[in-house]
Design a protein around this ligand. Structure first.
Ligand SMILES: N[C@@H](CCC(=O)N[C@@H](CS)C(=O)NCC(=O)O)C(=O)O
Length: 208
């Protein structure tokens, strides 16, 4: 298995999950700032020009929720999802798709406004709205964490790996992270896990 990632990007979720699973894998860095994701060599791996991409014996998998699902199912001993309980599995998927389809694009309006509109004025207008939109989304997450200690209660799942990425991104004063104390506590809980430390070290990141 080979994981294509960029330091601190959303691929960190899959990176953590692979460590949690005890998988043997190679991590290959893609330099997004240098534009390597748009180079023909990488587009041959993932025509979407994004990370993560996970190369397996069966082929290449993209999209965090799908990669996380595959890791959980392919490494059942790691118990990264409630395998065998269709309802609980769907809840894990539901949370992960929410992160991938709502939370992640909200941050993208801040980090990559050029993806959504042309011009500086449009970019500034979009950026200004981000804290409010994140407030709505992380409000839902904060409520979900009420049951704790993990996203789905007592059992640690891939949702925890994935939430960690966006909890890190949220830790900028201008985004108002203090509005979400349970998200902060979750981030700190995650940073006590050896798999998280290993993934952070491999990506050259520090705990926040
Ligand atoms: N829906 C994809 C999103 C992947 C994505 O947008 N990755 C970002 C890093 S967080 C990326 O590769 N950006 C490079 C670019 O936009 O050129 C997923 O969840 O895997």
């Amino acid at each position: 298995v080979k994981l294509f990632y960029a330091g601190g990007s959303c691929a960190l979720a899959s990176h953590i999950a692979l460590h949690e699973a005890g998988a043997e894998f190679e991590a290959v860095k893609v330099d997004l700032k240098a534009g390597e994701q748009k180079a023909p060599e990488y587009l041959a791996v993932n025509p979407k020009g994004r990370v993560p991409a996970l190369v397996t014996r069966r082929g290449t998998l993209t999209e965090n929720p799908a990669i996380l699902h595959w890791i959980a199912v392919a490494f059942p001993n790691a118990r990264l999802a409630p395998l065998g309980d269709p309802w609980a599995m769907a809840q894990v998927l539901s949370f992960n798709v929410f992160l991938g389809s709502s939370v992640h694009p909200a941050f993208a309006h801040l980090f990559r406004p050029g993806r959504y509109a042309h011009g500086e004025a449009a970019a500034e207008a979009m950026k200004a709205k981000v804290p409010e939109q994140l407030g709505e989304y992380f409000g839902v997450v904060e409520q979900q964490l009420e049951r704790g200690p993990w996203v789905h209660g007592e059992a640690y799942t891939t949702s925890d790996c994935y939430l960690y990425v966006f909890a890190r991104w949220l830790q900028k004063p201008e985004l108002g992270p203090e509005r979400f104390p349970r998200v902060r506590a979750h981030l700190e809980r995650m940073q006590e896990r050896p798999a998280v430390s290993r993934a952070l070290e491999a990506e050259g990141l520090t705990a926040l």
